[in-house]
Design a protein around this ligand. Structure first.
Ligand code: PLP
Length: 224
């Protein structure tokens, strides 16, 4: 895994330089879903700070197992059910898939007395509402709700490239949406985009947070 991690970091640095950007402005999150806590511990030993999970129960259990590693920053990258908002918020440093007003309200209510939570506004780049993410015409309204939530800090936008579309094209669209969000929250300069197969295209489009799983961890174990 050390070799894969170093190789990906080299590819990230190359893609950044090719885009005229500094690798320092890019956060590489290792998505560890379905892998055991022991793998996350191994990553921490390799110097990884940012890790990502996408299912609340698995996330809560792993974060508890690894509570002795305060250097870990947990990014929740999956869909959040409103009734799980408190559980997610308890252990996450950032929530990437904030895509509806009800979730903004649930996360905000769960934040009373806690540190502010970094959140990303997820945009759906497909025409399929089932894919998760706010539809582009709802971006402004959602950004305004997040801006008004006292315990949330809007970092920027997040998305997953649609299957069957050139990711470069999809991420260029996301960059336009990011600009619309910045008109409402000027500090929301981040873009969470890019996975194992398309992080180079995401970097070209301006991604600041990459969510990379299998290219670093290897294949995920079967899950039920
Ligand atoms: C699993 C997952 C990733 C990582 O995917 P890989 O293809 O393994 O790199 C990134 N983002 C989200 C939202 C995920 O669920």
């Amino acid at each position: 895994m050390a070799t894969r991690l170093a190789g990906i970091d080299e590819n990230i640095a190359d893609a950044a330089r090719n885009a005229g950007r500094s690798p320092d402005e890019i956060t590489r999150i290792v998505v560890t879903k379905f892998h055991p806590a022991s793998l996350v511990r191994e990553l921490a030993d390799l110097g990884v700070h940012d890790v990502g999970e996408n299912r609340q129960q698995e996330f809560t259990a792993k974060a508890a197992d690894l509570a002795d590693l305060p250097s870990l920053r947990w990014h929740f990258v999956g869909q959040v059910q409103t009734k799980k908002a408190r559980a997610v918020r308890t252990a996450a440093s950032a929530v990437h898939a904030v895509d509806r007003v009800k979730l903004v309200q649930a996360l905000d209510r769960a934040g009373e007395g806690l540190e502010p939570l970094d959140v990303f506004l997820q945009v759906n780049l497909t025409d399929d509402p089932a894919r998760g993410g706010a539809s582009p015409d709802g971006i402004e309204e959602l950004a305004e709700h997040i801006a008004a939530a006292e315990t949330l800090r809007l970092q920027g936008v997040m998305s997953v490239a649609p299957l069957g579309e050139d990711p470069a094209r999809a991420f260029a669209r996301l960059a336009d949406y990011a600009e619309r969000v910045r008109r409402i929250v000027p500090g929301a300069t981040s873009m969470s985009a890019g996975m194992s197969q398309d992080f180079a295209e995401a970097i070209t489009a301006g991604a600041t947070h990459l969510r990379i799983g299998t290219a670093i961890t290897g294949a995920r174990p079967a899950h039920g």
